[in-house]
Design a protein around this ligand. Structure first.
Ligand code: TXA
Ligand code: MG
Length: 330
């Protein structure tokens, strides 16, 4: 059991990056900032470290991990890139896009990390500290979001610590992240498929590919019965408090998660109001989403009522996460 570890928290600087790389080499679990959310890193080639990682998160081992690398050349050592995948990598890396590709022959990532699939999820993060750690470590690092499985993803080091202190070795504190929702995941199959909306808007990917992204058939691959993005279970990203979507009025005792400049009916009855973006900016709303959900979840309110959020740009990812937060609680 990992519980009972002393978890060091270090401000992000050169010495901390060196400590992070050393810890990863020793099979340690290191949380670090990426531009999307904080990740919990382990050496992608070390099955024992990956087993500890699943245990620390309470994550089922059938849910595979994203391998993070420094660039396209490193990605091509672990995954097979067709022409479309190269196009996407060149357009969006480093950045908040994950590609699901066929594993390359001799791929050095442990089978445990890919849950026995013959595909692998790969991403080149843009965050300065994530990149420095990858460079110092010198190999692929698997990193799920650094939260307890099923909980809201962390956008600050304090979120990581509140979920995982005592269960992991090190947290590198690089301040609040920029994007705030996880990477967009595209399956580079014969027809490229949007497996998870995220930090790169669908429309930008479709513009680069010159075609529409398919939707996965209801979370399940019809041939194998394997979920296409196994982590995309309906209830995920979940606060403990009930979440009520598309609210057009407030019931007494509810918290309001607002969006945009307009007030809604009954707002004076709300026990607390947080606005994702008073000026109606979807990028700002994405950056605030998880920390506001976490904050409202500690207030002991009856429910969190959420105003409608438009669907374009990062709105698709925001609405996806809100829907999952509300499942079973509406
Ligand atoms: O922004 C992000 O992507 C963050 C940062 C830390 O990079 N990471 C992240 O990882 O969100 P995680 O583990 O929380 O979500 C990864 C998702 C899961 O839903 C998992 O099922 C899916 O990627 N996934 C991983 N490998 C896959 C594969 N071979 N095929 C389909 N889905 C895969
Ligand atoms: Mg996650």
């Amino acid at each position: 059991m990992n519980v009972g570890l002393t978890t060091a928290i270090l401000p992000a600087n050169e010495a901390a990056v060196a400590d992070a790389a050393r810890s990863l080499r020793d099979g340690g679990l290191v949380a670090f900032p990426t531009e999307t959310v904080y990740g919990l890193g382990a050496d992608a080639g070390n099955a024992a470290a990956i087993a500890r990682l699943y245990e620390a998160k309470g994550r089922p081992a059938f849910n595979p991990l994203i391998a993070h690398v420094g660039g396209l050349a490193a990605a091509q050592r672990i995954a097979h890139f067709d022409a479309q995948a190269v196009l996407l990598a060149q357009a969006f890396w480093p950045g908040p896009l994950t590609l699901v590709l066929a594993k390359a022959p001799g791929c050095a990532v442990a089978d445990l990390a890919t849950a026995g699939l013959d595909t692998i999820a790969v991403r080149v993060p843009a965050h300065r500290i994530a990149r420095a750690i990858l460079r110092a470590f010198g190999g692929p690092v698997v990193a799920p979001s650094a939260n307890l499985s099923g909980h809201v993803s962390p956008t600050t080091a304090a979120h990581v610590s509140s979920d995982l202190a005592g269960r992991i070795d090190l947290i590198i504190d690089g301040g609040a992240v920029e994007v705030g929702v996880e990477s967009t995941i595209v399956g580079c199959f014969d027809a490229p498929t949007l497996l998870r909306p995220g930090g790169v808007p669908r429309a930008e990917i479709e513009r680069v590919l010159g075609r529409t992204l398919l939707q996965p058939p209801d979370d399940a691959d019809s041939d194998s019965g394997q979920p296409l993005a196994p982590g995309m279970l309906a209830s995920h990203y979940a606060p403990r408090t009930k979440v009520r979507l598309n609210a057009d009025r407030i019931e007494a005792g509810e918290a309001l998660l607002a969006f945009g400049p307009h007030a809604i009916s009954g707002v004076e009855a709300a026990s607390i109001v947080m606005n994702l973006s008073a000026r109606g900016d979807l990028n700002e709303a994405a950056a605030n989403l998880f920390s506001y959900l976490r904050a409202l979840d500690t207030k002991g309110v009856r429910a969190i009522a959420v105003m409608p959020v438009p669907h374009h740009g990062l709105g698709e990812a925001i609405n996806d996460r809100l829907r999952r937060a509300a499942v079973g609680r509406e």
